[in-house]
Design a binder for this molecule. Structure first.
Ligand code: NAD
Length: 434
């Protein structure tokens, strides 16, 4: 199959590279010249474990290339994937479809022969039909079908998720498009990964329902964590106790600083908005959004409390700023609301993150970047564990405590235990829900 992948962000680049590894001929297109220049030079513009190796392998095999020229990439392709961003539209919570529709118009001008135009971006129900209309209007003679193929990969584990998915969802309107999609995903069919073929609307809805459910699960345990603190229970025990129930499952039950990232905040906002547009308020999702905001505020209170209620003049060392480990993605990371609040309260903030500096530098003005946790805590009043990178999981707590001005730990990921911290010389340890 010949595939054009429009958009080489976290989803487009991983998908393009993995499709080429399936044996397809893939051209990845992006408007950002700098990204394409880097990719042509063999550099990966994002941090995603394993992506560099797989990319180099498939470029060398002649199956994978990069271009800013959408027209040439789309010309003669069997399938064109739209994997551009769908951020929250300013002001109203809707998914901003500007990039998707602009790509659809450009694709319309460039298609030759029968082509399946596949939307991989997360888009509201009805968008694939709009894409269909836009393409038909821009090029009435184009021979094409649309397909919805939402992506479920997780940043930080994206290649494994793409190559060994829990399921692939394909929304189509006819057999012809279904056959092209089946051919593209044939290596996964052969290995018995479930491929779910639906109509367009159901496929679009599955993506939002999945993300809203996961955001709800996280928020549920975060709310339980708050109550655990009031009643003297330990949320880690509670998570384990409920997670062993097969109907509940143990994933997404780790209490923490509230969900963030490139998907959950914008997708829950978009789903709530879709509900409002249909006069069918998504009450659970709307509550989840509100509770998650409160969770983040509670984290700021925890840090303030650890500073004896006075941030002014204190030095806070923050370990981890990306929204989760193994990515450089800072979009809607909890650090972006927590750190400015600390600085606003007069604290001096030092941060360390294995991959976050390139993105985080501009987003976190006023922080001091350090190279390692031990340097960050020198003379600090509080250390805050914000992102659970492996690098922060086995720190020498005695050394940390010994170099701080006052040895206080706020562990927003529950990596350590109170007894461990106190034994190592910390005077206070505060976790989440314990
Ligand atoms: P991203 O912002 O990292 O990448 C989007 C890319 O598209 C950018 O490089 C941009 O320059 C490019 N682009 C925009 N318009 C273009 C055009 N007309 N032609 C060519 N290139 C164009 O976004 P992302 O994180 O990869 O997300 C893409 C979509 O996938 C979103 O809808 C998102 O919700 C969804 N998604 C993301 C994830 C994730 O973990 N990031 C997971 C599942 C689904």
């Amino acid at each position: 199959m010949r595939i054009a992948m429009i958009g080489t962000g976290y989803v487009g680049l991983v998908s393009g590279v993995c499709f080429s590894d399936f044996g397809h001929d893939v051209i990845c297109v992006d408007k950002a010249e700098q990204k394409i220049d880097m990719l042509k030079a063999g550099e990966v513009p994002i941090y995603e474990p394993g992506l560099d190796v797989l990319m180099t392998k498939n470029v060398a095999a002649g199956r994978l290339s990069f271009s800013t020229d959408l027209k040439t990439a789309v010309d003669g392709a069997d399938a064109v994937f739209i994997a551009v961003g769908t951020p929250t539209r300013r002001g109203d919570g809707h998914a901003d479809l500007t990039y998707v529709m602009a790509a659809a118009e450009e694709i319309a001008q460039a298609v030759t022969g029968y082509t399946v135009i596949v939307t991989k971006s997360t888009v509201p129900v009805g968008t694939n039909r709009k894409v269909q209309e836009v393409v038909a209007a821009a090029n009435p003679t184009a021979e094409f079908d649309v397909a919805s193929n939402p992506e479920f990969l997780r940043e930080g584990a994206a290649i494994d998720d793409f190559m060994r998915p829990d399921r692939v969802v394909v929304g189509v309107e006819n057999d012809r498009a279904a056959e092209v999609m089946a051919e593209i995903y044939r290596p996964l069919y052969l290995r018995d990964f479930p491929i779910l073929t639906t109509d367009l609307e159901s496929a679009e809805m599955i993506k939002y329902a999945a993300n809203a459910f996961l955001a709800t699960k996280i928020t549920f345990i975060n709310e339980i964590a708050g109550l655990c603190e009031k009643v003297g229970a330990d949320v880690k025990e509670v998570s384990r106790g409920i997670g062993l129930d097969g109907r509940i499952g143990n994933k997404f039950l780790h209490a923490g600083p509230g969900y963030g990232g490139s998907c959950f905040p914008k997708d829950t906002a978009a789903l709530a908005r879709i509900g409002q547009d249909h006069a069918y308020p998504m009450q659970i999702t709307e509550t989840v959004i509100r509770v998650n905001d409160e969770v983040k505020k509670r984290m700021i209170e925890k840090i303030r409390d650890a500073c004896d209620d006075r941030l002014n003049g204190k030095t806070v060392a923050v370990l981890g700023v990306t929204f989760k480990p193994n990515t450089d993605d800072m979009r809607d990371a909890p650090s972006l609301s927590i750190i400015p609040a600390l600085i606003g309260g007069g604290a001096k903030v030092r941060v360390v993150d294995p991959q976050g500096k390139a993105e985080g530098d501009a987003l976190l003005p006023g922080v001091e970047w350090c190279d390692d946790p031990y340097a960050a805590v020198q003379g600090a009043d509080v250390v805050v564990l914000l992102t659970e990178w492996n690098e922060f999981r086995a720190l020498n707590l005695t050394e940390l405590a010994g170099s701080m001005n006052s040895a206080r730990m706020v562990d927003l990921r529950n990596i350590y235990s109170k007894s461990q911290a106190l034994k190592s010389g910390f005077e206070t340890y505060v976790g989440v829900g314990r």
